[in-house]
Design a protein around this ligand. Structure first.
Ligand code: UGA
Ligand code: MN
Length: 244
């Protein structure tokens, strides 16, 4: 099965560095299709060239975050949704270009700034319906993880620093979904209407229930992905003609 990795990305100083890291991780993974969606008016040469030089199987899309959502940037108290339109554009692409029954795969939301072990992709390849695993360095904890019952092997709850009582208290990096389900449930999308921090939980609710989750990464005892965030560099000068 193909692993469809969906990566929203936006222009900033560290963008090329982030995408270089992600693309070179994916070079080590068999059977990947990388879907990169730029949060921009038009596709940029920087991203176009980077993904073409990667020689990965890629799809390059563009979908701009609504201006009203971006505006919240200036107000630090209102955290805005990120990646909503971009992930929806990728879901739309999957539903328009792939065929239920013909194309087999797993869908994974792979943000451009996280750090991914190649071991994670062996776990993603095992997903039958919806697989889950721990995510390191997130929500104020060393890791967030589904709680797995030792006897039944089922997920009974979540260790999470942020609303652990959500139906699915799982970061975007902590789950993957079988392509069949994504193609079947055409109504499953992300939305600005969802409460802050509820995108993952609401999206997963379209597909599954807690007791159906498949705990991977050694019954959720291993961390193979980290919610790293890159410090914004303080740049005081630009050398013209150098693409960074
Ligand atoms: C957390 C979650 O891990 C994200 O998956 C979730 O989208 C996000 O919260 C959220 O607020 O909804 P966080 O590190 O805060 O992650 O978010 P970012 O890494 O800044 O953004 C997530 C993705 O959206 C990244 O791939 C980023 O490149 C992209 N993004 C971010 C845009 O496309 N446009 C933006 O203006 C900002
Ligand atoms: Mn991030």
């Amino acid at each position: 099965p193909t692993i469809y990795c969906i990566t929203p990305t936006y222009s900033r100083y560290v963008q090329k560095a982030e995408l270089t890291r992600i693309s070179q991780t994916l070079k080590l993974v068999p059977n990947v299709h990388w879907i990169v969606i730029e949060d921009a008016m038009e596709k940029t040469d920087l991203v176009r060239n980077l993904i073409s030089e990667s020689k990965l199987i890629t799809t390059h899309l563009v979908a701009q975050t609504a201006p009203f959502e971006k505006l919240k940037d200036s107000n630090p108290r209102i955290k805005r949704h990120r990646g909503v339109e971009q992930r929806n554009a990728a879901l739309k692409w999957l539903r328009e270009n792939l065929v239920l029954g013909r194309d087999k795969g797993v869908v994974y939301f792979m943000d451009d700034d996280n750090t991914y072990s190649i071991k994670l992709f062996d776990e993603i390849a095992k997903v039958r319906k919806v697989g889950v695993w721990p995510v390191g360095l997130v929500g104020g904890l060393n890791a967030e993880a589904p709680i797995v019952d030792a006897k039944t092997g089922k997920v009974t709850g979540y260790k999470s620093g942020w609303l652990p009582n959500r139906p699915f208290a799982i970061d975007m990096a902590g789950f993957a979904i079988n392509l069949d389900l994504v193609l079947e449930k055409v109504e499953a999308t992300f939305s600005y209407e969802m409460a802050k921090g509820m995108q993952e939980s609401e999206f997963l609710s379209f597909f599954t229930t807690k007791d159906q989750l498949e705990p991977l990464a050694d019954r959720c005892t291993k961390v193979y992905v980290w919610h790293t965030r890159t410090e914004k560099p303080k740049i005081t000068g630009n050398i013209t003609g150098l693409e960074v």
